[in-house]
Design a protein around this ligand. Structure first.
Ligand SMILES: Nc1ncnc2c1ncn2[C@@H]1O[C@H](COP(=O)(O)OP(=O)(O)OP(=O)(O)O)[C@@H](O)[C@H]1O
Ligand SMILES: [Mg+2]
Length: 282
């Protein structure tokens, strides 16, 4: 079944983030052909520019690229961790996709973030409150989305921990006492707590031991299939992208240099940078 038959879930246009004061030529003097995201005239930094894509319901989109290429910036802009310099994005479940979510009030953004998105960060300290227990972290997300009933919140939290294979007996323990892999599982449990249609996963297995990494990737794949949730998966590691994603954006120096079906990109990479990435995978 082609997912393109459905209307998009998320539409992103011209997403751009520039640090510092850009000049008139900042965009035309940065990017892959200059091997740099720093404007030679103004020293402003083009973290990402002109990023556009559609994401379909249940689809998994990868963003791959070297360190500093702008992958995390794209995610942070879309989950409202930072504000874009330029760009628009529409999310179907918000106002039926008719209102640009990047230009609504902070209150509306919090609503979208709490009800319609889940985010899993590379560093568990960005996604979890280390002063709350693992169960407390999930409860926090449920409360933010308007759940009130303590018994049901606890029930849902234990269900989610079970689903993400965190021992239930650790529910009242602080995340600091957990292994890295288990911290990521708690983050994942929290991210899916409200049945969001969209998940962002930014380098969620980077820094884990290889064996732990494989298990967390398996869990993500299983949850994706079971829940049918759309995902944006950021990784510098093409093997993670290969395992999880349907379609991929390749970024370099703040720009998308190639996009397409992940299988096709792996079989027949077009851009020299992608060719380099793919050859390093073999
Ligand atoms: N606060 C900031 N001020 C100035 N430049 C920044 C700031 N935050 C990020 N950048 C720059 O923006 C660019 C993109 O950063 P980003 O974190 O999106 O890259 P990335 O692809 O996620 O890299 P990594 O794989 O290392 O996580 C980088 O060149 C970075 O130095
Ligand atoms: Mg990053």
């Amino acid at each position: 079944m082609s997912m393109q038959q459905h209307p998009w879930l998320l539409r992103v246009e011209n997403l751009t983030k520039i640090y510092g004061e850009p000049g008139p030529d900042t965009l035309s003097k940065t990017g892959p052909s200059f091997e740099s995201n720093i404007c030679p005239d103004t020293d402003s930094i083009v973290a990402c520019a002109d990023v556009s894509f559609d994401l379909y319901p249940g689809e998994v989109l990868g963003i791959v690229g070297e360190s500093g290429s702008g992958k995390s910036t794209v995610v942070k802009l879309l989950c409202f961790d930072m504000e874009p310099s330029v760009g628009n994005a529409w999310l179907r479940p918000y106002m039926d996709g008719a209102v640009d979510m990047l230009h609504v009030s902070g209150q509306q953004k919090r609503f979208i973030r709490h009800h319609l998105m889940g985010v899993v960060y590379q560093n568990p300290r960005d996604g979890l409150n280390f002063r709350f227990s693992s169960g407390g972290n999930i409860a926090e997300k449920l409360i933010m989305a308007g759940h009130m009933h303590v018994g049901r919140i606890r029930e849902r939290a234990s269900f989610l921990l079970e689903k993400t294979e965190v021992p239930i007996r650790r529910m009242d323990d602080l995340p600091a006492s957990f292994s890295g892999g288990m911290q990521q599982r708690v983050q994942i449990a929290k991210a899916i707590a409200n049945h969001p249609p969209l998940l962002f996963l930014d380098e969620v297995t980077t820094g884990l031991d290889v064996s732990v990494q494989a298990k967390v990737l398996d869990l993500i794949r299983e949850l994706q299939q079971e829940l049918g949730v759309a995902m944006i998966v950021v990784s510098h590691d093409l093997s993670v992208i290969r395992m999880l994603t349907d379609r991929t954006l390749v970024m370099k120096n703040g720009r998308v240099v190639e996009s397409g079906l992940t299988d096709q990109i792996l079989q027949d990479p077009q851009h020299p940078y992608t060719q380099l990435l793919v050859s390093s995978l073999l």
